[in-house]
Write a protein that binds this ligand. Structure first.
Ligand code: ATP
Ligand code: MN
Length: 433
């Protein structure tokens, strides 16, 4: 079947186009019939517009095509725009051609009602679920978020790289790796690009990667998945405070760009994105423990700050904040200890709304120190040989962070479950679709 190509998104059909011809395409959201007039609400990715079809004023073929429409049929329409006082958007389109390009059966989930279907069922029919405008909005926002991240990082002199996701050994030494059969050997899915990005500082200096990371962790929470998108940066000739500033810029820009592009649309759904102010508050790990103790939560020195603790701290501060100077022993082996006190490290976590969004640090760039750090954690330096050799050839001091894109989406759009902001989430029990 041949049909003309879309000339406008529905959201761009404005009263100013009065009298102009447009070609629209999308899906039938709703049909209203008042005898000799039919109103079809046409939905595309960007919005909806009303089509008005009057019997007698259109060819019979158009009238009968419209009469046979079901909700969610895919159609292409050529028509004339009319400014209108009655139609909701102040505009309607009078079709002269209607092409029904795909028919739809009744949907397995309700995308029109005020009550949403349970998340399990929604995810089972994810592509159908995304027909609901509030649900597809999440992924239009996500695209804007990654654009803002890239723009910010480019403006700081970073370039985008791609490192392998099939690797021979753990980057951090944990056992939380998925094994894959790689011809005659066993390989693993990368849990992070950590070692590669550190090595690349020796030549490319400032790099970032936006790519999947795989963690074979069995925890079943609303903020962990087994596959997630990690935004990673690494900067040569820099320390943790430098890359914290980059991170602040990334966050402020993301919120700013999203607010600018979507706050009108968000208001329909009661979402409001408020742009945080730089610089973000920085509290040390020791200070955090003190505040938590006063609030009745005892965390022993040397334990990680639990989720509940981050929630209390966010209650206290509201805005995004950093926890800095974690005990060296609870951070990854490549984390650089503080020169003045090696028990604590040049490390940080970014927390927003009680959720860890990013972790970063200055890194050890001296080979002997790195070997010591590996040994201290019971890791065998020999299995890191191909990495360690790089430290012999002028690997500069460097620092970086990793940020969970989906965690950022959760706090940005105030979603409780990470699965809502992931198209096809992979968790302990979900491998399909
Ligand atoms: P957590 O303590 O929350 O399990 P982590 O400290 O183990 O996270 P990092 O190794 O610091 O995670 O990874 C960097 C960032 O990647 C985290 O700050 C978080 O935003 C994100 N992230 C880590 N693990 C997951 C996961 N399983 N699912 C989704 N995002 C994750
Ligand atoms: Mn972390």
């Amino acid at each position: 079947m041949s049909f003309p190509r879309k000339t406008h998104w529905t959201k761009d059909v404005k009263p100013e186009l009065d009298g102009k011809e447009v070609v629209l395409s999308g899906w039938v959201w709703d049909i209203r019939d008042i005898g000799n007039i039919k109103f079809v609400l046409l939905r595309d990715r960007e919005g909806m517009v009303q089509l008005t079809i009057k019997k007698g004023s259109v060819p019979d073929s158009v009238w009968s095509a419209v009469a046979s429409l079901n909700k969610e049929d895919a159609i292409v329409v050529r028509g004339i725009v009319k400014a209108s006082k009655i139609a909701k958007a102040g505009v309607e389109v009078f079709p002269s051609e209607v092409y029904v390009v795909a028919k739809s059966k009744p949907l397995p989930i309700d995308i029109w009602g005020t009550v949403e279907t349970d998340l399990d069922t929604r995810l089972r029919f994810r592509s159908v679920d995304l027909k609901r405008p509030i649900n597809s909005l999440i992924f239009r926002v996500e695209s804007e978020v990654t654009r803002a991240i890239r723009e910010t990082l480019y403006s700081h002199g970073f370039i985008e790289v791609f490192t392998p996701k099939i690797i021979v050994t753990s980057t951090e030494g944990g056992a939380e790796l998925f094994a894959v059969q790689y011809f005659e050997r066993v390989a693993y899915l990368a849990q992070s690009p950590q070692l590669y990005k550190e090595e690349l500082t020796a030549s490319l200096e400032r790099i970032f990667e936006i790519a999947p990371a795989y963690r074979a962790e069995k925890h079943n929470t609303n903020y962990h998945l087994n596959e997630f998108i990690s935004v990673d940066i690494e900067e040569a000739f820099a320390n943790y405070t430098d890359v914290m500033e980059v991170l602040e810029d990334v966050i402020v820009n993301v919120y700013g760009k999203v607010a600018e592009a979507f706050n009108d649309e968000f208001s329909k759904y009661g979402i409001e994105v408020k742009v945080p102010k730089k610089p973000f508050r920085k509290i040390t790990y020791d200070e955090a423990l003190g505040i938590l103790e006063r609030r009745g939560l005892k965390v022993n020195w040397g334990e990680d700050v639990p989720k509940g603790g981050m929630e209390i701290l966010s209650e206290e501060f509201g805005e995004p904040f950093f926890i800095i100077h974690f005990p060296t022993d609870i951070r990854a082996f490549y984390t650089k200890p503080l020169e003045s006190d090696p028990r604590i490290s040049e490390s940080f976590d970014l927390v927003i709304d009680g959720l860890e969004i990013a972790s970063g640090s200055s890194r050890i760039h001296i080979k002997e120190q790195l070997i010591d750090a590996l040994r201290k954690r019971g890791l065998n330096p020999e299995s890191f040989e191909s990495h360690l050799v790089i430290y012999d050839y002028g690997l500069p001091p460097h620092a970086g962070w990793g940020l969970g894109l989906y965690r950022l989406m959760m706090v940005l759009l105030r979603r409780d479950n990470i699965r809502e902001v992931v198209l096809y989430p992979r968790d302990r029990f979900r491998l399909e679709p």
